[in-house]
Design a protein around this ligand. Structure first.
Ligand SMILES: Nc1ncnc2c1ncn2[C@@H]1O[C@H](COP(=O)(O)OP(=O)(O)O)[C@@H](O)[C@H]1O
Ligand SMILES: [Mg+2]
Length: 421
């Protein structure tokens, strides 16, 4: 599938957005519910305190409690006790409450209440959690004569919240899984038309370059016939045209290769092959060109390395590299083609002692039509597409290509492919 990278990025963005929205939603639900429950607990306790207080009668400095209404249904699980200023129970709390109210953490609030300040404390008793409200009982003459304590169970708030959290987590997990699928679906859908348009565009370029080849061949045949029969000025014209047509032919050829590769119409035909053998053959093939340029071309072979590759494409790849090395190496220089095996990978290194590549150009040399020295390479028949094709071949073989170059000293291109053992 085309645009896999873009697709994954888009899906990831949708997904992150979804997770953020879900997280935000969960947070709001949690905060709202927890505040509402807390408010309800506070309000209940306040009501219970008011009711309990209404059953406490202060006569002079004596406190009496009306025990009956304390057990109204609305206060069924609320526990109340009243202490006089000596700390004696005025009410008769049920036995099980003693333990709750005797919790040492309540001694401070009682002290505070005795000093006239109300307070609330959380107390655990068994598995239940209580909120205990402690407040002073004041006589008409504003003297603290006792303490009222009201305890109300509040575990239900925590229980309800943890239930809520469990449900939110579960719902969010389901939401995230569904969301991931939906993100992928949405991303696929939004990218599909672009992918189709792109594919059509690529096929168009491939078809167009292919269509150019037939008339070019025809022109070339005709001009060559003209060249053979002409002389003088006419011959010079014909020669010029032949050269240009040849250049055009090379460009169209390289362009067709790239366009077909882009359109996925150049399937590879990988077979096990020996790199040493291939390099030996290529050296023989390139020697005339090296001699013509006065450059020494030599192999640097150690043992043998086998790879599973498309013979025609790897040959094309190495020819591009050898051609570049020879083209950019002045007479007297040297080009070597080495094959080694290193860490389970086969390396082919094409090294030259030529002019090198300026470091500013280095990051761009694999781009289409990029030429560091435009005039010079065009003259030598370069199209600026060689390394772009080389890169495609390397990528298609799950290989890597790297270039090291020092201006004025030389260049080393290293191609690595997965080796067979
Ligand atoms: N071995 C080399 N030495 C110096 N420059 C090189 C070498 N190989 C490639 N280059 C630079 O990289 C550019 C791109 O190479 P390439 O894609 O093969 O295009 P072309 O050879 O058609 O110009 C060349 O124009 C040249 O400037
Ligand atoms: Mg080239």
């Amino acid at each position: 599938m085309m645009f896999r990278g873009a697709l994954v990025r888009l899906a990831a963005q949708y997904f992150v957005l979804l997770v953020l929205i879900l997280g935000f939603f969960d947070l709001i639900v949690y905060v709202t519910v927890s505040q509402a429950l807390q408010a309800k607990a506070d309000k209940d306790l306040a009501t219970a305190v008011t009711q309990a207080m209404s059953n406490v009668t202060v006569t002079g400095e004596t406190i009496s409690v009306n025990p009956q209404p304390l057990l109204t249904p609305s206060l069924a699980d609320v526990f109340v006790r009243v202490l006089d200023f000596k700390g004696q129970e005025v009410s008769q709390p049920r036995a099980e409450l003693k333990k709750l109210f005797n919790n040492p953490s309540l001694s401070t609030p009682i002290g505070a209440a005795n000093a006239g300040q109300p307070g609330q404390t959380q107390v655990a008793s068994g598995s239940e959690l209580y909120m205990v409200d402690t407040r002073p009982i004041v006589s008409k003459s504003h003297k603290v004569i006792g303490v009222l304590q009201v305890a109300q169970p509040i575990s239900w708030v925590g229980d309800a919240l943890s239930r809520l959290v469990r449900q939110l987590v579960l719902a969010s997990a389901i939401g995230i899984v569904l969301g991931a699928l939906a993100s992928l679906l949405m991303a696929t859908r939004s990218i599909r038309p672009i992918g189709r348009a792109f594919q059509r565009q690529r096929e168009f370029v491939a078809d167009a370059s292919h269509e150019l080849r037939t008339p070019l061949t025809l022109i070339r045949t005709n001009v060559e016939a003209w060249l053979r029969r002409s002389n003088g000025t006419s011959r010079a014209y014909a020669k010029g045209i032949v050269e240009e047509v040849e250049q055009l032919n090379r460009i169209v050829g390289d362009l067709t290769t790239l366009a077909l590769a882009d359109a996925r119409q150049l399937p590879l035909d990988p077979k096990p092959m020996e790199l040493n053998e291939l390099v030996k053959g290529l050296i023989v093939q390139a020697t005339p060109m090296a001699e013509a340029r006065g450059v020494q071309l030599r192999p640097d072979l150690n043992g043998g390395v086998r790879v599973d590759a498309d013979l025609g494409r790897v040959r094309q790849l190495l020819l591009i590299l050898i051609d570049n090395a020879l083209t950019h190496t002045p007479p007297g220089g040297e080009v070597s083609v080495g094959v080694i095996r290193h860490n389970g990978r086969a390396h082919v290194r094409v090294t030259d002692t030529g002019e090198g590549i300026p470091s500013g150009d280095l990051p761009h040399i694999f781009e289409r039509f990029y030429r560091a020295d435009k005039a010079r390479t065009r003259e030598s028949g370069g199209t600026g597409l060689g390394l772009a094709i080389a890169k495609w071949i390397v990528d298609a073989h799950k290989g890597e290509i790297g270039v090291k170059s020092a201006e004025g000293k030389g260049t080393e291109v290293d191609v690595s492919l997965p080796a067979l053992d």
